[in-house]
Design a protein around this ligand. Structure first.
Ligand code: PLP
Length: 390
């Protein structure tokens, strides 16, 4: 169930791409799995995950959340990774893969700048040229991350087309890749895009659930939790947290979408709750669109969840019933973020705060083991948190 069949998860996924993109995508498709499985690749990737990224990340038992929600609640601390979130697991993996494909030039798209920073970091480490496309609206509102990318040696290209945000930056990155098929690799930042990206990114993020299994064995004497819960923008941290549990029917899988101002408010990013089937950025999924197929601008207080579609794996988990997808509003997320900060001294990213907020929607039994994937730290969101209730 984790692996797509010919690029499809049920009816979702595939590679709906312009013919000019075939050579790039085919080269990647033909080689990604064998390269990732090579011993020399794994040795180097695992060494860097350990010594550079700081893995394994801790699995922390939260006494306060456990007492409040009457279950055994663990936080998987992806916020403690280098650069502050899970995104580096994927960016580093893809940059090592690009080297083995003989690519000298790396391109990426970014919305809030988190994926851009992770990619620029991996490129600095490996000495590769890095170009990051970013909507000009985002360049203006995410200045600290733009500065970080520049200091890391990346070129940030502001995109002026469309709504000047993430989806426009993605279109521009695809255009660049078409024009530079030989020497360039496109590092996509989530489990989205044409096959093989959703599968490849899920493979790189699957280290999260692999570690959870070992850590639960050591702490609880069994590898399987009763619940694993993660927020879903494109769906990469969730794919990594779910990966090694999807074929374990006793594990309940819960994804959390951003409801924004409310699922029915017209200002939301809940692509499964509100979306219909269609194609975006080269893959079939559920997305927010008008009846004539124009993308509806999503809204979420958290930039990382502000995407109009969702990865094909999650669309399939949703329609097949294997996963349950709930949604959390801006308001609920901000409150949950403050609560964790005050009670545990952990300041979560606004994305991760959505995951915490969903706990109040669930009824546990006292012996339930619940793993929350804390995808990132909230330093980047300080201003948003502090201004929210003013
Ligand atoms: C980017 C981001 C997300 C959302 O992306 P996914 O691909 O859905 O994981 C979630 N949390 C944090 C901290 C992020 O930076």
């Amino acid at each position: 169930m984790n692996k797509p069949i010919q690029g499809f998860y049920g009816e979702f996924g595939g590679a709906f791409i312009p013919e000019m993109l075939y050579p790039n995508v085919e080269e990647l498709e033909a080689r990604y799995e064998s390269i990732i499985q090579e011993k020399s690749f794994q040795d180097e990737y695992q060494r860097l995950l350990r010594d550079y990224v700081g893995r394994p990340t801790p699995l922390y038992f939260s006494e306060k959340l456990s007492a409040k929600h009457k279950a055994k609640i663990y936080l998987k601390r992806e916020d403690l990774n280098h650069t502050g979130a899970h995104k580096i697991n994927n960016a580093l993996g893809q940059v090592l893969l690009a080297e083995r494909l003989g690519k000298k030039r790396i391109i990426a798209e970014t919305g809030a700048g988190q994926h851009g920073v992770a990619t620029a970091t991996a490129c600095a480490l490996r000495g590769l040229e890095c170009i990051v496309y970013m909507g000009s609206v985002d360049v203006a509102r995410q200045a600290p991350n733009v500065q970080r990318m520049k200091m890391l040696g990346a070129t940030v290209v502001p995109v002026e087309s469309g709504s000047k945000t993430l989806k426009d930056a993605t279109n521009e990155a695809i255009r660049d890749w078409i024009n530079n098929p030989v020497d360039t690799h496109y590092v996509i930042g989530s489990v989205v895009g044409p096959h093989p990206f959703p599968d490849m990114v899920a493979m790189f993020q699957s280290v999260i659930s692999e570690e959870i299994r070992h850590q639960l064995q050591a702490k609880e004497g069994k590898e399987l939790p009763d619940y694993v819960i993660a927020c879903v923008g494109g769906g990469s941290n969730a794919a990594g947290a779910f990966y090694h549990f999807i074929n374990e029917p006793s594990v309940k899988i819960i994804g959390v979408e951003a409801a924004g101002l409310g699922v029915h408010s017209g200002k939301t990013a809940a692509s499964l709750a509100k979306g219909t089937q269609g194609i975006i950025h080269g893959f079939m999924t559920k997305l927010m669109q008008t009846s004539d197929g124009q993308i509806v601008e999503p809204h979420s207080i958290s930039a990382g969840l502000d995407y109009p579609g969702i990865g094909p794996l999650h669309a399939h988990l949703f329609t097949s019933g294997r996963g349950v997808f709930l949604s959390v509003t801006d308001d609920e997320a901000v409150r949950a973020g403050f609560e964790l900060t005050k009670s545990e001294g952990i300041l979560p990213a606004l994305e991760s705060a959505h995951t915490l907020a969903v706990l109040s929607q669930l009824a546990f039994s006292p012996t339930d083991i619940v793993v929350i994937n804390l995808s990132g730290r909230g330093d980047k969101d300080l201003t948003t948190y502090l201004q929210y209730f003013e």
